[in-house]
Design a protein around this ligand. Structure first.
Ligand code: GDP
Length: 369
């Protein structure tokens, strides 16, 4: 039998045949110890992802095995892209195992946010989406925030069993595990991380004591995540890298805000009021009259004032779809556009139409600030 070898970075089975498939490694490197696939090599050394093909069914099949284990499932979501990074039907492949829900990328949110409100919102949304986690936690894997509490919770809920970390691509799962390893483990092996989705390809096992392991599962591609709709260059401008600075626009009704060329917020009716926009600091926001908005988009999408996406890239986006929201007087709401950010409106009542790419979730929640 031919011995199979796994990549020490992402866990995928190595092969020397096809450069376009996962796990490729040149013949000359296969006999080395602790070898990583060409994909991981490029990410580690050049910070760039080589595209390989892998279909969703493979991911689901790998995750299916969790149901027959006794384990704690740690489900990681991006709190900036909560609905976009949600894995629906998780109960199908985790069986009766307890689920700990972790909201990552806390460092992106303005300091004024009350973490308890955020946790309560996550718990509420999780319930609406059919999941009852044993606990909900927040952290920043990048900055190492909230990790002591997270480790404490993992120890408490895992009841001496294995731990599976699951999540959609790009939620920061690999970063979280790397940070956990740096802080709490002696393991020198680091997983591959990168800005672009689809980095972690196969299950990777990290022993945590003599009998148990922590498993990093593959990221599931959720096609409704904005990260899968745009080019890497545009993604850099759309996804915040640093804490978001809110921008306040005093709007009259019949005015529109364009969030680059990604989405459009129409203030249809209501008294003059502030629209507070929480998106990436590098996202260009353009204000115009509602009556001019359609034509402006037709003629200027992709130009400097209505980008990202740049140039012809906007044609690759799913078409913008309108969603209508009515906010009653006395209510203060966040209109959340998954993956882009949110806009806080209300108190005096407003009727707002949001145009966002088809598939991208747009929801209303009680204002976090
Ligand atoms: P995975 O696909 O879930 O394994 O995600 P990665 O760990 O590769 O991270 C995806 C992107 O999110 C990378 O650009 C990371 O730098 C970024 N990221 C991960 N964790 C955090 C975090 O806590 N805060 C911020 N701001 N970015 C993060």
């Amino acid at each position: 039998m031919i011995e199979t070898k796994s990549c020490a970075g992402c866990g995928v089975t190595l092969q020397t045949e096809n450069q376009r498939l996962p796990g490729f490694i040149p013949n000359s490197a296969i006999d080395k110890e602790q070898v990583i696939c060409q994909r991981c090599f490029r990410i580690k050394h050049y910070n760039e992802v080589a595209q390989v093909s892998m279909d969703d069914d493979d991911f689901v099949q790998i995750l299916n095995g969790i149901a027959s284990t006794d384990s704690l499932v740690v489900k990681v979501v991006d709190i900036f892209d909560f609905n976009g990074s949600w894995l629906s039907g998780l109960h199908r492949f985790v069986g009766n195992n307890p689920i700990l829900l972790v909201g990552n990328k806390l460092d992106l949110l303005p300091q004024a946010i009350n973490p308890n409100r955020l946790v309560n919102w996550m718990r509420y949304e999780a319930k609406q989406l059919g999941l009852k986690p044993v606990d909900v936690m927040l952290c920043s894997a990048k900055q190492g925030r909230g990790l002591d509490q997270l480790v404490e919770a993992i120890v408490r809920y895992r009841r001496q069993e294995d731990i599976y970390i699951v999540g959609a691509t790009n939620v920061g799962k690999s970063t979280l595990i790397n940070t956990l390893l740096r802080h709490y483990g002696e393991n020198e092996l680091e997983l591959t991380t990168s800005r672009f989705p689809g980095t972690t390809l196969d299950m990777i096992e990290i022993p945590i004591d003599e009998r148990h392991s922590l498993f990093d599962t593959p990221g599931i591609i959720n096609k409704d995540q904005i990260v899968h709709m745009v080019d890497p260059e545009d993604l850099k401008l759309i996804s915040p890298e640093t804490r978001i600075n809110p921008k306040v626009f005093q709007l009259n009704d019949q005015q529109t805000l364009f969030l680059g060329g990604m989405a459009r917020v129409d203030f249809v009716s209501g008294k003059r009021q502030p629209f507070v926009v929480y998106v990436s600091n590098r996202m260009h926001i353009h204000r115009t009259k509602l009556e001019k908005a359609d034509e402006l988009f037709e003629t200027h999408a992709g130009s400097k004032i209505l980008s990202p996406p740049h140039g012809e890239n906007h044609k690759k986006l799913p078409p913008l779809q309108r969603r209508t929201f009515r906010i009653r007087p006395g209510e203060k709401k966040d209109i959340v556009i998954s993956g882009l950010g949110w806009i806080t409106v209300g108190e005096v009542g407003a009727s707002v139409d949001v145009h966002a790419p088809r598939g991208v979730s747009v929801i209303l929640r009680n204002a976090l600030i």
